[in-house]
Ligand binder design. Structure first.
Ligand code: THU
Length: 141
């Protein structure tokens, strides 16, 4: 999916972009927003939440997943991540831990769209970001 045209998920981008501005990121200075569309059609947007005890910090994707679960939904149908300044040359793909967190509630074809502060950058499927993953099915769920 990497070379796909910009996705038609402007509502997810708007939600992630706005929530990114609320990030608590005083240590890295790197604000991230993530917005999930879940099986009900609702949007769950989260930001990163850092901590003075650095390892206790939480990624934006983890915040969004927690909000989705707390709303009663269990399936990610589409995900947008917004991180980094416009034209930085790098894209803010989910970290390894978050790829596994996403895997719990998504499948290999789930689209993940990456934006920076300036707009759309690139799209992936979860399967591209986390091939041969270990998931609930491995445990018979
Ligand atoms: N971060 C996220 O929230 N999501 C990502 O996809 C990559 C990194 C956060 C973690 C930390 O607060 C900051 O960005 C710098 O690593």
């Amino acid at each position: 999916m990497s070379d796909h045209a910009p996705p038609s998920a402007p509502d997810l981008f708007d939600a992630a972009k706005a929530t990114r501005l609320l990030a608590h990121a005083p240590y890295s200075g790197f604000k991230v927003g993530a917005a999930i569309r879940s099986e009900s059609g609702r949007i769950h947007a989260g930001c990163n939440v850092e901590n003075a005890a650095y390892p206790q910090g939480q990624c934006a994707e983890a915040t969004a997943i927690g909000l989705m679960v707390a709303s009663g939904d269990r399936r990610i149908t589409e995900l947008v991540v917004v991180g980094g300044e416009a034209g930085s040359g790098l894209i803010c793909t989910p970290c390894g831990g978050c790829r596994q967190r996403i895997r719990e509630f998504a499948g290999p074809d789930t689209p993940i769209h990456i934006y920076d502060a300036g707009g759309y950058r690139q799209s992936f499927t979860l399967g591209e970001l986390l091939p041969f993953s270990f998931g609930p099915d491995n445990l018979g769920f």
